[in-house]
Ligand binder design. Sequence first.
Ligand code: FAD
Length: 411
Amino acid sequence: MSNTVILGAGIVGCSTAYYLSESPHTQAQSIHLVEPSPELFHCASGLAGGFLAADWFAPSVTPLGALSFKLHKELAEKYDGKRKWGYSPSTGTSLSLDSDVVGGSGEDFLRNGTSRAQAAGARPARGANGPAWLTMAEDASLEIISRENSTAQVDPLRFSRFLLDECLSRGVQLHHPARAISVSKDVKDTLASVRMCAEDGTESDLPCTRIVITAGAWSPKVLSTLFPSANTRIPTAPLAGHSLLLKNPHYNPEAEENGCHAVFATDTLGFSPELFSRVGGEIYIAGLNSTQISLPDVATDIKPDDRAIKRLKDCAAAMVNLPEGGEGMHVLRESLCFRPVTSSGRPIISRIPDEKLGVGMSTRGDNEGGVFVAAGHGAWGISQAPGTGLCMAELIEGRPTSANIQALSLR
Ligand SMILES: Cc1cc2nc3c(=O)[nH]c(=O)nc-3n(C[C@H](O)[C@H](O)[C@H](O)COP(=O)(O)OP(=O)(O)OC[C@H]3O[C@@H](n4cnc5c(N)ncnc54)[C@H](O)[C@@H]3O)c2cc1C
């Protein structure tokens, strides 16, 4: 049996294992997920906002975005996603203090600190009624920027856990905490195994013919560690993001039937806040990003910055209709995590050609071997994860992909 080793058990790694383990061509027991962080999902996959969009993407990512949105819905319907991971329709809105019209597409908002609402690329419908929890300044206007049934909300932590639990129940093997430190080849110079190091320093060889790199912002480092003479690199960079999770003081289970809200505000506080209400009475606040915070070796090796958290709390006090003028703020979680971003704004979902792996390294033919990468999803990895996992499983097995991902190849 030829093993597939998936490096990184975030949402992209778990989605890949999920769809690969559904295939009749691959035995679940031959799929190995490797994760070095002592706490699972203490990374962007567990700490993100969880907003989903069907069509807020650049044309090259449109097929992947649409497929993913459809798969999210199907998974939620099949497995009671509303109860298990808070899947719900959501209304996307843009909050501004002037009459700016949103427009454009792509991910420039991440780099220049403007609002994600720009990516909606639609002219807004004016005069939306805001959610009860939102404080509206007198000169502010709230505009609906999502089309009906084209945006949704999940709790990414519970969704990622669901994917992993499903994989494990099918027989997928999790190595945790452990990391891959080198690869070995056989007499024909073909990839034959990965050397693993467990937390206590014990080393062992895991035979495999395929490696899939799904280590988010750590993916470039994984490639250069395992293939030091590779003549390509994974062109992603880490972008840190702080966030705050609050208890919704206006939580009303009945109103929840009408769906959640996403509010993308223009820059009024030195950054462009994003606020998401979630099923079960949570409000998630983010938008405070930085390229100046270094990626830690292990995801849990970093703590949120006090000043950044203070700014998010100030933002919550200004924008969330809190009891006792902000004194009644109930903070459930303060966090910091890293998105893997690409300069093109496109994720990379690709096989790495054997000739780029470095001198004297090849992989088994007939779709039984290969080194692959799925990384660089930027601000949209939760939304695009199911489609990425399905297409990656298809790519691994040499089948036609369910979405056109040609533009997402490693160049
Ligand atoms: C503040 C914030 C809010 C966001 N909000 C949204 C949103 O609302 N909607 C949306 O769609 N997206 C959102 N995103 C983006 C989304 O979270 C990411 O694109 C997505 O989680 C990336 O998933 P991933 O699996 O590629 O990477 P990660 O989640 O980073 O997972 C990578 C995994 O690889 C592991 N790893 C590290 N080193 C190694 C190694 N050497 N070997 C093996 N594994 C390793 C890590 O420990 C981690 O578990 C947000 C991101 C941030 C930062």
